[in-house]
Design a protein around this ligand. Structure first.
Ligand code: 13P
Length: 248
């Protein structure tokens, strides 16, 4: 069965609530495509107005972060039940900025993947290597280690509903995109890993995105690759270009 394409915007820390609503209005007609899952992953404070703004459209809403406990004394944090109640469907986990700037490690990321599934949120699990690891030629080992840790204890049924985003750190926000062949090489390797860890059915079902300076000009070529099922888009998700990526 063919996998359904998933194009997700990661807005990062960019739009105020009123700007977020404006962006939804700008993109509304541009992102119409019933053959593709379209997701806006937005800052926590934008979730409520964005859920409202996309009501009745083909767009789902995702969050950029959450904490693993349901409630309690965790100042500044947001829980999975809060996200669910607000109408959130997807959750980005392990994005490289969370790993590098906020010190999230694979143990916490694994706990977040488990918590997301237990709470009915769909994880978009990110992995990817630094420029140093790419140059050293050890990027595949690195990504294998990330995936092995992050999916520890995750069942086959869960993996079949997982989205994995391969985002080489050297290509994020730099304007430097991995070539379609470089992106496909790693996305294929991830799918083969899932086949080894689970089975062929799980590998066939798991959706794998590429992320890293994906834009209106390069999306079609990246998305034409057999193991690239979508994109996790930062900068270009804040512009009308996002519509061209959805329809690439
Ligand atoms: P850019 O598209 O801005 O490179 O960001 C990609 C990214 O970080 C997705 O999470």
């Amino acid at each position: 069965m063919a996998r359904r394409r998933i194009i997700a915007g990661n807005w990062k820390m960019n739009k105020t609530p009123s700007e977020a609503v404006e962006l939804c209005a700008t993109l509304k007609d541009l992102v119409k495509n019933d053959a593709v899952d379209v997701v806006y992953c937005v800052p926590a404070i934008d979730i409520v107005p964005v859920v409202q703004a996309v009501k009745g459209t083909n767009v789902s809403v995702g969050a950029e972060n959450f904490y693993i406990e349901d409630k309690g004394a965790f100042t500044g944090e947001i829980s999975a039940p809060m996200l669910k109640d607000a109408g959130v469907e997807y959750i980005i986990i392990g994005q490289s900025e969370r790993r590098d700037i906020f010190g999230e490690n694979d143990i916490l990321i694994n706990q977040k993947v488990k918590k997301a599934f237990a709470s009915g949120l769909k994880p978009i699990l990110c992995c990817g290597e630094s420029l140093a690891l790419r140059k050293a030629g050890t990027y595949k080992e690195w990504i294998k280690r990330q995936i092995t840790w992050d999916l520890d204890g995750i069942t086959k049924d869960q993996v079949m509903n997982l989205v994995i985003a391969y985002e080489p750190i050297w290509a994020i926000g730099t304007g430097e995109t991995a070539t379609a062949d470089q992106a496909e090489e790693v996305c294929r390797m991830i799918r083969e890993m899932i086949a080894d860890m689970y089975d062929a059915e799980a590998a066939e079902a798991v959706r794998i995105q590429y992320g890293g300076s994906m834009n209106a000009a390069n999306a079609a070529e990246l998305l034409s690759k057999p193991d690239i099922d979508g994109g996790l888009i930062g900068g270009a998700s804040l512009k009308p270009d996002f519509g061209q990526i959805v329809n690439a």
